[in-house]
Design a protein around this ligand. Structure first.
Ligand code: COA
Length: 170
């Protein structure tokens, strides 16, 4: 069924629900992506996080996006050789031309099916106009569930910190 949309009077954009851009990526961990201990390289996890987050950002914004910042990458458990790495991404909040995407990473043992939460991250993207190559407004996000509303509120607090770091003020 087509997701319900609302109208944003300010930018003339229609809103989209979180569910419309939620994304998932799966990959088997191969030897070339592991360290000498047979664990998935942190740098490769970061690349996958960026890709999974970009999928949700592209789907929500319907435009090109660039990564503006990545914060709170937290490696809780390693992902081992031969395991399946699962990345789930969703838009937490839209600001004006930017949006925050949350990514959760899980490992899945192919023999037992056991899943572990391994990594969390927040990635901020800026939508870029395909012609002018300048930042462009992003459609509003429709948050429905309590969990979506909590993520929305938390994203606002994280933005204050990010912009203070970038511009030296709130
Ligand atoms: C991200 C980028 C487009 C921002 O450009 P800018 O000239 O600072 O643009 P603006 O000041 O107009 O800000 C545009 C948006 O970016 C947001 N932004 C800028 N820096 C940010 C940061 N560190 N974290 C989160 N958001 C940020 C601003 O808040 C604004 O969002 P809003 O419209 O929703 O309020 C620019 O810095 C850039 O192109 N960076 C390189 C991106 C890139 O190449 N990424 C690939 C990996 S390195």
């Amino acid at each position: 069924m087509k997701p319900k949309k609302t109208r944003n009077e300010a930018d003339g954009h229609e809103g989209k629900p979180v569910s419309a851009s939620q994304s998932e990526m799966n990959e088997i961990v191969l030897p070339a992506q592991t360290n000498p201990l047979g664990k998935l390289l942190g740098g490769h996890v970061m690349h996958l996080v960026d890709m999974a987050a970009a999928m949700a950002a592209h789907r929500h914004s319907g435009s090109y996006v660039v990564t503006a910042s990545v914060d709170y990458i937290d490696f809780r458990n390693p992902v081992g050789l031969g395991e399946i790495v699962i990345l789930k991404s969703q838009v937490n909040r839209v600001f004006h031309t930017s949006l925050e995407v949350g990514v959760e990473v899980y490992s899945e043992n192919v023999l037992t099916g056991e899943r572990k939460h391994t990594t969390s991250a927040f990635v901020t993207f800026v939508a870029i106009d395909e012609h002018t190559r300048k930042p462009k407004p992003v459609p509003p996000l429709i948050v429905k569930t309590d969990e979506e509303k909590r993520r929305f509120e938390d994203a606002g607090k994280r933005r204050e910190v990010r912009l203070a770091l970038r511009y030296g003020k709130k």
